[in-house]
Design a protein around this ligand. Structure first.
Ligand SMILES: Nc1ncnc2c1ncn2[C@@H]1O[C@H](COP(=O)(O)OP(=O)(O)OP(=O)(O)O)[C@@H](O)[C@H]1O
Length: 276
């Protein structure tokens, strides 16, 4: 299977200027992180708050620059020194954020939100833009009736479906999902995770799934990278990492995580598949 994404020794330092009382300092948010993800697979990046997960997500989507290191998408080296998303990269990589309330423009109708990436990045004719937005709405479990509604008319789970639909409008190969279900109730989390799994199968998508929640990671991931203070302290297949965590931080993290909820998510999914 082909490698879609490869990160080599990614480093990100934040320089915080000093003031009258405080000295200038440097935060080493990423201290040389390397990994690769194959097409159609999910790499989960897990770790507690402040370990550098979101910094990594912003570098992968070129929202933020890296201090050093290399990033290859489909074997092609990407300039990560500027944090500048080119139209070509936008077609390949998209991000979905945690907060479905904040990530959608409240003044735009859903149809316009979905068509906007096509307007900005392509010369797709208006009729086709509309058709593609309608098709995408259905793909994420919404209906044509939702096309002319505004974000405030939707529940949190539905808004996250809209954010996922928008991210898919340019047919990207890679989605960076930064805590995509953390703001949702447990039952809604399961629905959105199932949707992501179905979309991955159908569209052969590759995911980098950022989460602090091990039960979610256990459900969705093929591979897992555990981060601690800017370093990858554990990296391997999900089953290896869960069965035999090596690093003391991972052991502590796992010990503190309830596992019952993931079993219920799996059972629900199995039931749904059987019924279908
Ligand atoms: N723009 C910034 N300027 C200075 N320091 C930053 C900046 N962004 C992140 N940091 C620091 O870099 C480190 C990693 O932060 P990051 O947000 O990537 O962690 P995280 O694991 O995603 O945490 P959370 O889950 O709370 O978002 C933290 O120490 C944070 O304070």
């Amino acid at each position: 299977m082909s490698v879609i994404l490869e990160a080599r020794n990614l480093v990100r330092d934040y320089h915080i200027p000093g003031g009258l009382i405080k000295k200038a300092k440097t935060v080493h948010a990423l201290k040389g992180v390397s990994f690769s993800v194959e097409q159609g697979k999910t790499l989960a990046i897990v770790g507690e708050s402040g370990c550098g997960k979101s910094t990594l997500g912003r570098i992968l989507t070129l929202i933020d620059p890296a201090t050093s290191g290399e990033l290859l998408i489909e074997g092609k080296k990407i300039d990560i020194s500027k944090g500048d998303m080119t139209p070509e990269m936008r077609r390949k990589v998209q991000i979905v954020f945690q907060n479905p309330y904040g990530s959608l423009n409240p003044r735009q109708k859903i149809g316009d939100i979905l068509m906007e990436p096509l307007v900005i990045n392509t010369d797709t004719p208006a009729d086709e833009r509309r058709d593609r937005a309608m098709t995408m709405l259905k793909k994420v479990g919404l209906t044509e009736l939702h096309f002319n509604r505004y974000p405030h008319m939707f529940s949190g789970g539905q808004r996250q479906r809209i954010a996922i639909a928008r991210a898919l409008m340019l047919n990207p190969k890679l989605l960076v999902l930064d805590e995509p279900v953390s703001a949702l109730d447990l039952s809604v989390q399961a629905q959105v995770l199932n949707l992501l799994a179905d979309l991955q199968d159908e569209l052969k998508l590759t995911y980098v799934f950022i989460s602090h929640d091990l039960s979610v990671v256990r459900y969705i991931a093929d591979d897992v990278m555990v981060m601690y203070f800017g370093e990858a302290v554990e990296y391997g297949s999900r089953d290896e990492v869960f069965a035999d965590p090596k690093h003391s931080y991972t052991k502590t993290l796992f010990a503190a995580t309830p596992r019952a909820d993931v079993e219920s998510i799996k059972a629900r999914l199995a039931k749904k598949k059987q019924a279908a």
